[in-house]
Design a protein around this ligand. Structure first.
Ligand SMILES: Cc1cc2nc3c(=O)[nH]c(=O)nc-3n(C[C@H](O)[C@H](O)[C@H](O)COP(=O)(O)OP(=O)(O)OC[C@H]3O[C@@H](n4cnc5c(N)ncnc54)[C@H](O)[C@@H]3O)c2cc1C
Length: 316
């Protein structure tokens, strides 16, 4: 029996980029995995993500290095989902950057999980100790090991079984959005970041489709919470921002979609990986698109006692 088989029945809660990467990493190592998520397909944060793979501005150095390694994992393993466009951040280019096609990433990992594991759709109302294991209430799933990769739902699940964790906090960071737009005369070939305005292509073969995010618009909308997740308001604000900042190229842009989500985030902003109760392990991270593959590998090893010293800084 391998170490991963010895974990028994493993339930991974979450089907965003992090839960999907972990579930696939565990299946590949021979674990008996059931992935449980309340939403089919793309989940909130992974759907609203700008999905820029980068190590820009990350501090301190070990965290920057972690993100740089996360990016290297995509470059090495992500031929079908990583688009290595390079970036230019306030005039400074970085050819190692790119973006993740999140739909593609999730589809590839879901197929790997489905090969020998199970995928269950349902909301986990809480975790409980049952005679036969840890029960994922509301779903009928009982497991020996539970990996919580539930993004902003993490704190509620941890709190249902054990005391709240100060590093996890509320697991909820500032709300953000990604706007997809069709701009026939735009020519955004790479990730472009200019004083808080972020633009990138949406697809390598569709230069007219652009993904946009603006930290200034996010901040403005946050001061008006009632309209912060209203797609029409976001688009109106973004159109104004783009007209001021980018000009002619996007003057004729039309919105394709607007996705809004709170950012999954620990209390101090750094990743959280580790056991929070017997049999219950948590993975929570912002920068989760950049880090997903690397964190999945670290967590899959950590779960069987193959401990990477870098995780010491990120324990719950
Ligand atoms: C606007 C925005 C821009 C971003 N830009 C970037 C970027 O450029 N680069 C980058 O690296 N990162 C970026 N991020 C961060 C990144 O998107 C997230 O860190 C990442 O998507 C987190 O993935 P996740 O799988 O942890 O969470 P999610 O994608 O939120 O998935 C959580 C999953 O848990 C499930 N779930 C939750 N609670 C329950 C429950 N009780 N029962 C069952 N299922 C449950 C949900 O249904 C979902 O499937 C951005 C985020 C946002 C919001």
């Amino acid at each position: 029996m391998t170490d991963h088989e010895r974990l028994g029945r493993v339930a991974v809660v979450g089907a965003g980029v992090i839960g999907s990467a972990i579930a696939a990493a565990l299946v590949d190592r021979g674990a008996r995995v059931t992935q449980v998520s309340e939403s089919e397909g793309l989940s909130a944060a992974s759907r609203a993500s700008f999905a820029w793979v980068n190590a820009h501005g990350k501090m301190p150095e070990p965290y920057r290095a972690l993100n740089a390694e996360g990016r290297a994992w995509h470059a090495r393993h992500g031929a079908s989902w990583f688009v290595p466009t390079g970036s230019i951040v306030d005039g400074v280019p970085d050819e190692r950057d790119g973006y993740v096609d999140v739909d593609r990433f999730l589809a590839v990992h879901r197929a790997r999980v489905g090969a020998t594991g199970a995928v269950v759709t349902g909301r986990v109302l809480g975790l409980g100790r049952a005679r036969t294991g840890i029960s994922l209430e509301g779903t009928g799933v009982v497991a020996d090991t539970v990996v919580i990769a539930a993004g902003t739902g993490t704190a509620a699940l941890v709190g249902s079984l054990t005391s709240p964790n100060s590093r996890i906090g509320s697991a909820r960071g500032p709300r953000g959005f990604a706007v997809r737009l069709r701009a026939p005369s735009a020519a955004v070939g790479r990730v472009v970041v200019d004083r808080g305005l972020l633009l990138r292509p949406d697809h390598p073969e569709r230069p007219d489709l652009v993904v946009a995010q603006s930290l200034a618009v996010e901040q403005r909308l946050r001061s008006r919470p009632s309209s912060a997740d209203d797609a029409a308001t976001i688009w109106t604000e973004m159109r104004r921002e783009l007209a001021t900042r980018v000009g002619g190229e996007v003057r004729d842009a039309e919105p394709v979609s607007v996705h809004v989500a709170d950012r999954p985030r620990s209390a101090d902003g750094y990743p959280v990986l580790g056991w929070v109760a017997p049999g219950v392990y948590v993975v929570l991270s912002h920068s989760g698109v950049t880090l997903a593959l690397l964190l999945a590998d670290l967590a899959a090893r950590d779960l069987v006692g193959d401990i990477d010293p870098r995780l010491e800084a990120y324990r719950p």
